[in-house]
Design a protein around this ligand. Structure first.
Ligand code: ZN
Length: 450
């Protein structure tokens, strides 16, 4: 068979479901393509398969001429080096010696498992996931993950969950942003007067800052809350503005709006003779870049699936009681070791991979990576779910944050067009990863080679 015929043959096998997407390189080798060319052929076939699945062509997520890595060893200090085939510097970074290639059978591997494209970040294809509820869609899973098999675990988990129908998702219509103002007074009486003055003028303040900074972004102020705190003689008044947006993150716009509110409030204090000793933007109270259960940024999303207990016990090969023992020992471990009164599991790995792939605003995704797992029995079913309370995202490529062309292409291939779909997709794959992970742990198959 000539090269082009093998690409076509492997593509057909993928479309027919005869092989899993990550077996394309092996299938090319089986059809007589020698290493490392079998990797190039496998990646080409997988790219065509993904184009077929998504209905979109690759334009920006490019494939390098040599989509594989080469393994070396330093002859001097014996360190192992794995370099992209395109890397022109084949020297040891530790001692500067020229590296020696490993024997041919150990030399070549794909850049990452199930690689489909990308030159700086390597993108993989990991199957699909169907959701229902607030978003009804089947997403194709394209992720910049890493060299390991984690993204395949996500694909496997989503496949297992979808055997019981689409995953049910609940997503907020709005994503929230917030910015806090802090005012320091010498007496409680001054502080009290200040709070009433702000409250009396709040409608006018909100109307001015909305018109100037939020309307263009379809944003609005949802509510404003007040909090009294004290540090020795400092009587502090916190005044936090919460805004909400449908498809923007709104963080910068909210900051500018609240900066304007500060100037209006300062003028009000002056004209009403209220001596405010310090007036500042007090970001420590608004949760900027701080993951916590109290953080009110972003958008709530949950994803869950119901699985008949009897069927799940067959998959586990043991009692559902053992499954709950695992869930509780892990929950206890996380809460006691990290001090967070909530559970964060695989999400800490899956959610950042999703953000790295999409490169939407925000680039720092710490707040959004907060996640909880829950499991309970309802009737004859196990209900297994995840909650992500703080998904921040600006889904348009805009002054708020440019989305690079390859990431816009990936979003389109996933089937993600809105912020709600973005949130639904990240929750669904987080559920898939957690489900696969928990199941394999209870089966005692995780890291044991079983
Ligand atoms: Zn060396």
């Amino acid at each position: 068979m000539d090269r082009e015929s093998v690409v076509k043959k492997v593509e057909d096998m993928l479309v027919a479901g005869e092989i899993t997407p990550w077996k394309a390189e092996a299938a090319a080798a089986d059809h007589g393509i020698p290493a490392p060319e079998n990797i190039t052929v496998g990646v080409e076939a997988r790219r065509r398969f993904v184009e077929h699945k998504t209905g979109h062509s690759f334009h920006h997520l490019v494939m390098p001429d040599k989509p594989y890595h080469v393994a070396f060893r330093c002859p001097r200090d014996n360190t192992l080096w794995t370099l992209a085939a395109e890397d022109t510097d084949q020297h040891c970074s530790l001692c500067g010696s020229e590296l020696s290639m490993l024997p041919e059978e150990e030399r070549y591997k794909p850049l990452v498992n199930s690689y489909i494209g990308g030159v700086e970040d390597y993108c993989s294809y990991s199957g699909q996931v169907s959701v229902c509820g607030d978003v009804e869609k089947t997403f194709q899973i394209l992720l910049c993950w890493g060299p390991g098999v984690g993204h395949m675990g996500i694909g496997a988990g989503c496949y297992k969950l979808n055997k019981y129908g689409p995953v049910e998702v609940c997503v907020s219509d709005w994503g929230r942003a917030c910015r806090n103002l802090s005012f320091v007074f010498d007496t409680e009486e001054q502080r009290e007067k200040a709070r009433f003055l702000i409250q009396d003028n709040l409608d006018s303040i909100i109307s001015q800052i909305t018109q100037k900074h939020l309307s263009d972004w379809n944003g609005e102020i949802e509510y404003v809350d007040f909090l009294y705190k004290q540090h020795h003689r400092d009587r502090i008044l916190h005044c936090c503005f919460y805004s909400r947006f449908d498809n923007h993150r709104g963080h910068g716009q909210t900051s500018h709006a609240v900066g304007m509110a500060k100037l209006i409030i300062d003028d009000l204090f002056r004209s009403n003779n209220i001596p405010c000793r310090l007036s500042v933007v007090g970001m420590g109270r608004d949760g900027d870049l701080k993951p916590s259960p109290r953080n009110r940024r972003g958008r709530y999303v949950s994803a869950q699936q119901a699985i008949p207990v009897a069927e799940y016990e067959k998959i586990l090969g043991r009692s559902i009681r053992d499954f709950f023992s695992y869930i509780h020992l892990d929950y206890q471990g996380v809460t006691e070791e990290t001090g967070w009164p909530a559970y964060t599991g695989m999400g800490g790995e899956i959610i950042p991979a999703f953000y790295r792939t999409m490169r939407c605003n925000p680039r720092p995704y710490l707040v959004s990576s907060y996640q909880k797992v829950y499991a309970r029995i309802e009737g004859n079913d196990l209900v297994f779910g995840v909650e992500l309370p703080n998904v921040e995202v600006g889904i348009t490529s805009s002054p708020e944050g440019i989305i690079p062309p390859a990431s816009r292409e990936i979003l389109k291939m996933w089937g993600i067009g809105t912020a709600k779909e973005f949130a639904a997709a990240v929750a669904a794959i987080t559920l898939g990863g957690e489900f696969n992970f928990a199941t394999r742990h209870v089966q005692e198959k995780m890291y044991t080679g079983k």
